[in-house]
Design a protein around this ligand. Structure first.
Ligand SMILES: [Zn+2]
Length: 259
């Protein structure tokens, strides 16, 4: 791996943080290419006609305004890293989201967009050069802020499970963990008494990790979505939102690793 090259591409889309940095949120761009994503992330008055894609209805007027968005960094497929917003400022990437009971995730997070077409474009692989660069970037960012650690690197789908799928089930979290910039806990062998408020126990573990679920004891939409997001991240080979033995053991392992 070579030294990290950072290209400045400043965006006007940011404001002031209201709390200290203690989270990194990883995204895929879900767009055609890096050029389009960079344009969108630096556009102070985006309109629908400039960003055509499967996310837009054909009836949408070309001049319909879109929300202004940004991120701190964008990592291209070839490993080029663009800095878009200074880490000290609040970038606009999380949207409606929740982590550890707090709604304003943008204020506490560093947002990294990873160029990848995502689910709308056939879920392409992440090239090695791109993941190598992301790892180097995280190795620079994590020691810079006392609130950050490998366990504080999360997916957009973790903080907005009912809206978001990114960076998706093909994202190589295990490679990040091997490099020391994320976590990949081993399943803990445990027994769970049958019938004993299984849903409530799972909700408790999800909430301990940070997911925005209430401990109601009843399987509701937020709980199902959080379970799916958890599996997408920690058991991508089977994403069904069901409470099985393996999911329960992984939940126990992850909640211990993040505490
Ligand atoms: Zn995202």
């Amino acid at each position: 791996m070579s030294a990290l090259q950072i290209v400045e591409r400043p965006s006007p889309n940011f404001d002031a943080r209201t709390r200290p940095i203690d989270l990194v949120v990883l995204h895929y761009t879900g767009m055609q290419n890096a050029k389009t994503a960079l344009a969108r992330l630096t556009d102070a008055s985006p309109v629908a006609g400039d960003y055509p894609g499967p996310w837009q209805s054909p009836e949408t007027p070309l001049d319909a305004p879109l929300g202004r968005v940004s991120a701190h960094y964008l990592v291209a497929e070839d490993g080029t890293v663009f800095q878009i917003v200074a880490e000290e400022a609040r970038a606009w990437h999380a949207g409606a989201s929740s982590w550890e009971g707090e709604g304003d995730v943008n204020s506490r997070a560093i947002g990294i967009e990873i160029v990848n077409g995502g689910h709308d474009f056939g879920l392409p692989d992440f090239p090695d050069a791109q993941i190598d660069a992301l790892i180097l970037l995280l190795k620079e960012i994590l020691p810079r802020w006392p609130g950050l650690s490998p366990a504080r690197v999360v997916a957009h789908s973790d903080i907005a499970p009912e809206r978001k799928l990114d960076p998706g089930e093909k994202f190589p979290w295990i490679r990040l963990a091997e490099a020391g910039v994320s976590i990949w806990p081993k399943r803990m062998s445990m027994s769970f008494p049958p019938g004993e408020d299984r849903v409530g126990r799972v909700q408790g573990e999800l909430a301990l990790i940070g997911y925005g679920v209430e401990k109601s004891g009843a399987m509701d939409a937020p709980t199902r979505a959080a379970l799916v997001a958890f599996q997408r991240r920690f058991r991508p080979q089977k994403i069904d939102g069901l409470i099985d033995q393996e999911t329960q053991e992984l939940l126990a392992a992850v909640s211990r690793a993040t505490r």
